[in-house]
Every structure is written in C-alpha cells, then in structure tokens.
Design a binder for this molecule. Structure first.
Ligand SMILES: [Zn+2]
Length: 106
C-alpha cells in the first residue's frame, strides 16, 4: 500500500485527481524524499501580477495568454509569469510568519 500514490500517478493524469488527492500524493513524496512543501494563498493573483515590477492587471482575462505590463513593458507567457510569482511568494515566505500562507515542513 506504500506505493499506492505512485501507481495513481501512472494510471491517472493529474486532471483525474482532485486537488486534495494531488496534495496528498505530493505531500507523500516530499516527506519520503525529505523535501518541504509550501502552499500559497489560493487567491494570490499570480497571473495578474507582473513578475518583473509587481504591477497588477485587473483587466487580464483567461483569454489573454500573454501578460503585457503597462509599467515596465514586460511581455511574457501568462503561465510563466504566474509560475515566477508563485515561486517568489513561496520562497520568500519560507522564513516569514505564516499569516496568509500555509507552509509545511514534512
Ligand atoms: Zn512590469
């Protein structure tokens, strides 16, 4: 039964898993490999915030696949921009208090 999460990953794509199941599997492997898992606030506007200067684009919609910053001129893939922001928030909060961000050292 210890390898159950691994087999789930083989036979199902991530889209077949609920968010809770995905977190359970991820937590399992982080714990097993001595890694830490940090969760950021689910409402953090990672897609709408410029990863270069921090400008917030409240008009960005799901149809907009490129993030264009009106302040610094950055043009970047929306998902790449979001991933940079998520990484920044996750790593910066590892040493901060955890008021709005949950961090787990497994
Ligand atoms: Zn910018």
């Amino acid at each position: 039964m210890e390898d159950f999460p691994f087999f789930r990953l083989i036979f199902f794509s991530f889209s077949d898993l609920s968010y809770g199941e995905f977190l359970n599997i991820l937590s399992y492997y982080c714990k097993k490999t001595g890694k830490s898992l940090t969760k950021i606030n689910r409402w953090y506007p990672s897609s709408k915030t410029c990863s270069n200067c921090g400008w917030y684009n409240k008009k960005l919609t799901l149809k907009n696949r490129i993030f264009k910053c009106k302040i610094c001129g950055t043009n970047i893939d929306r998902d790449l921009n979001a991933s940079i922001n998520i990484k920044r928030v996750g790593t910066s909060t590892l040493c901060e208090s955890k008021d709005s961000i949950e961090s787990y050292n497994l």
